[in-house]
Design a protein around this ligand. Structure first.
Ligand code: BTN
Length: 277
């Protein structure tokens, strides 16, 4: 546990939380393999929508596309939420959009920092990746049984605390802000924001327009990889379900559902993204 880290606890997170269902069941583990794995176990046992698993340290944290997610004990917010939304398979990115907007709401509310998002799941600040979202969905046929949303947010971490060889550089909120950030109020703000965003989603509103406004990816030349082929073009927009619309050199508009995006030229401000190894 780093010197500035106050350990979290289930009681402290619930105290004054004020949500209706997000965190009504909240499990805290000082150490765990991966909160997403524990959330999956609980979901399989029938855990209620809004159940939260939170930890101070993961020993087998996972990122997208089989990568690992590492953070010093007590430095970060590491949590997973269980949802049972009424979404069709093609709509599941809406959940990632809603939760990444909730991260932006919470970080901006607690620190005043202006948060950007990078397609499909990164949270970025001042050109660094500060967080990521790992959504895992279980279907029975076309019926969504449950969705797990894992959120990793680097809070009190300096670049030196992060492993070398990152896909793209990462940082913590404290590094950008120039002071440590209290994790407990940030986590509570995040859970409240997730509930608000999730309720809007359940009411049938796609968060894509708001999400698109925060996407640092749009208007940039991009290379999309990770799906067995590399697509180069201009990121023009996203559709209602969060798929990236890439204009290819031959003028065709390609709809990209999944993958990694690399910005092919420096943006007006340096854009460096990262966080997972
Ligand atoms: C990514 O950017 O690749 C997504 C990273 C998601 C990391 C979080 S940390 C809490 C939860 N448990 C995990 O094992 N992964 C997610």
């Amino acid at each position: 546990m780093s010197a500035t880290a106050e350990p979290l606890s289930a009681a402290a997170v619930r105290d004054g939380l004020g949500t209706r269902f997000v965190g009504a069941t909240l499990l805290y583990y000082p150490h765990i393999g991966s909160t997403n794995d524990e959330a999956r176990r609980l979901a399989e046992e029938g855990a209620a929508e809004g159940t939260v698993v939170v930890t101070d340290h993961q020993t087998a944290g996972r990122g997208r596309l089989g990568r690992s997610w590492r953070a010093l004990p007590g430095s970060s917010l590491l949590l997973s939420l269980i949802f049972r939304p009424a979404l069709a398979p093609r709509q599941v990115q809406r959940l990632t959009m809603a939760c990444s907007l909730a991260v932006a709401d919470a970080v901006e509310g607690e620190t005043g920092l202006a948060v950007g998002l990078k397609w499909p799941n990164d949270v970025v600040l001042a050109g660094y990746k500060v967080g990521g979202i790992l959504a895992e969905i279980v279907f029975s046929g076309q019926q969504l049984v449950y969705a797990l949303v894992g959120i990793g947010l680097n809070v009190n971490l300096a670049a030196d605390d992060l492993p070398g060889g990152l896909l793209v550089p990462a940082a913590g909120l404290s590094q950008v802000l120039g002071r440590p950030v209290a994790r407990l109020p940030l986590l509570q703000a995040l859970l409240r924001a997730v509930e608000v965003r999730y309720e809007a989603l359940q009411a049938g509103c796609s968060p894509s327009a708001e999400w698109a406004r925060r996407l640092v990816t749009l208007g940039q030349p991009v290379a999309v990889s990770g799906t067995g082929r590399v697509l180069a073009g201009m990121a023009e927009g996203v559709n209602e379900d969060g798929a990236l619309l890439v204009r290819l050199a031959d003028g065709r508009l390609e709809t990209v559902l999944a993958g990694d995006v690399t910005l092919r030229q420096p943006a007006a401000r340096p854009q460096r993204h990262g966080g997972d190894t």
